[in-house]
Each structure stands twice: as structure tokens, then as C-alpha cells.
Design a binder for this molecule. Structure first.
Ligand code: SF4
Length: 103
């Protein structure tokens, strides 16, 4: 499988979701700077994803859909994350497309 370096664009984009492995999160907040629409630091100092209702999902490893307009920001977050703990995967088959486990 070819590794995708940039976010896909156009009508062929599949639904993607993102989750964070909080056990590896350093709490630096880089992801929040890139994509505050989907990432937020909780009072425990770790990053969590937010629902499309802007609700913080405090379960470790919770997933949320990636809104297409900010897909590149989320992908950049995964690339820059010092904990290597942001995972972006296809909703359809849960295959990681951006992040430490991407093929
Ligand atoms: S960029 Fe990565 S390590 Fe930093 S706060 Fe976000 S999830 Fe945690």
C-alpha cells in the first residue's frame, strides 16, 4: 500500500476518524494549535478529541469524525505530534491512513 503524505482532496475522500493514545500524549498542545475543532487539552493535561457537537470525549481512545475542511490540519497534527499518538483511520475498515501505524 502506498503511503499518503498529504490529505486527499476531492469527491473521492472517504470518511475518516481520529483518536489519541493518551498513554503516549505529552500534553504539549500542538494538536490543539493545529485543529482546535477536534482536539482539546483536558484538566489532566492530556489531549482528547471532541465530538461534532463540540463535546469533549474523555474516554481514552475515543474517536471522532474528521471534518473534511480541517483534514489537512488533523493530518499535520499527526505528523507533528511528539508523542506519535494521533491516529487517523478510515471509518469503513478502520485502516490507519495517517499516524504511527499507517502502512
Ligand atoms: S500533539 Fe500529540 S502529544 Fe501533543 S498534546 Fe496533542 S496528542 Fe498529545
Amino acid at each position: 500500500m502506498t503511503v499518503q503524505q498529504d490529505a486527499p482532496t476531492g469527491s473521492g475522500t472517504q470518511d475518516l476518524e481520529v483518536w489519541i493514545d493518551q498513554d503516549l500524549c505529552t500534553g504539549d498542545g500542538i494538536c490543539v494549535q493545529y485543529a482546535p475543532e477536534v482536539f482539546e487539552l483536558d484538566i489532566d493535561g492530556l489531549a482528547y478529541v471532541k465530538s461534532d457537537q463540540d463535546e469533549l470525549l474523555q474516554d481514552k481512545g475515543a474517536t471522532t469524525r474528521v471534518p473534511l475542511p480541517i483534514l489537512q490540519d488533523v493530518v499535520d497534527s499527526a505528523k507533528e505530534c511528539p508523542g506519535d499518538c494521533i491516529h487517523v483511520r478510515r471509518v469503513s475498515d478502520r485502516v490507519e491512513v495517517f499516524g504511527p501505524d499507517a502502512a
